[in-house]
Ligand binder design. Structure first.
Ligand SMILES: [Mg+2]
Length: 171
């Protein structure tokens, strides 16, 4: 698979169901933090996020955050959500994903990496050898460092087939 071509595209992380993930042998979700799980300017998360996390938890699917941010920032963001996380993941390098998979005691075929950026989240997933899901960024305006990534992402996007976000993994 190409480093930048997501395995799946879905409109938002909340559209994923435990049943569908199980059909694809997915036992744990590794997820980016900013603009994938929470909007960068709304660190508390939404009721939809909390409902979705409860559903995953009830189904025995672990949700672990794999973020390039530093420990303190992620710990603060996840204070109310109480999720395990790997900080300073160095995406697009596979380091953080490798560490997450080891911590979970799973195989790479058991997990999926979800994120909103091709150049970091999706590239890291495929470099690590795990499947990926690209989601639409939760809000359109990005933090300044993400805006730089988006500029370069534009070149990759123009070289690829048009992206069509689905509502479900099997669509
Ligand atoms: Mg992000």
């Amino acid at each position: 698979m190409s480093v930048f071509t997501p395995t799946w595209l879905v409109s938002a992380i909340y559209t994923l169901t435990p049943e569908r993930l199980a059909q694809h042998g997915i036992k744990a979700i590794l997820t980016d933090l900013d603009n994938t799980l929470i909007a960068w300017n709304n660190p508390d998360g939404t009721p939809a996020l909390k409902r979705w996390l409860h559903t995953m938890q009830a189904a025995g699917i672990t949700v672990m955050v794999v973020s390039n941010n530093k420990h303190e920032r992620i710990a603060r963001a996840l204070a109310t959500l109480d999720l395990p996380f790997v900080a300073r993941a160095l995406k697009p390098l596979p380091v953080g994903i490798d560490r997450a998979v080891r911590q979970l005691g799973l195989n790479k075929s058991d997990v999926v990496m979800i994120g909103d950026q091709l150049l970091t989240d999706i590239a890291a997933a495929h470099t690590a050898g795990v499947r990926s899901i690209l989601v639409r960024p939760l809000i359109e305006s990005d933090a300044w460092n993400t805006r730089i990534n988006r500029f370069f992402e534009g070149f990759v996007l123009r070289a690829m087939k048009p992206l069509h976000y689905q509502e479900d993994l099997n669509d």
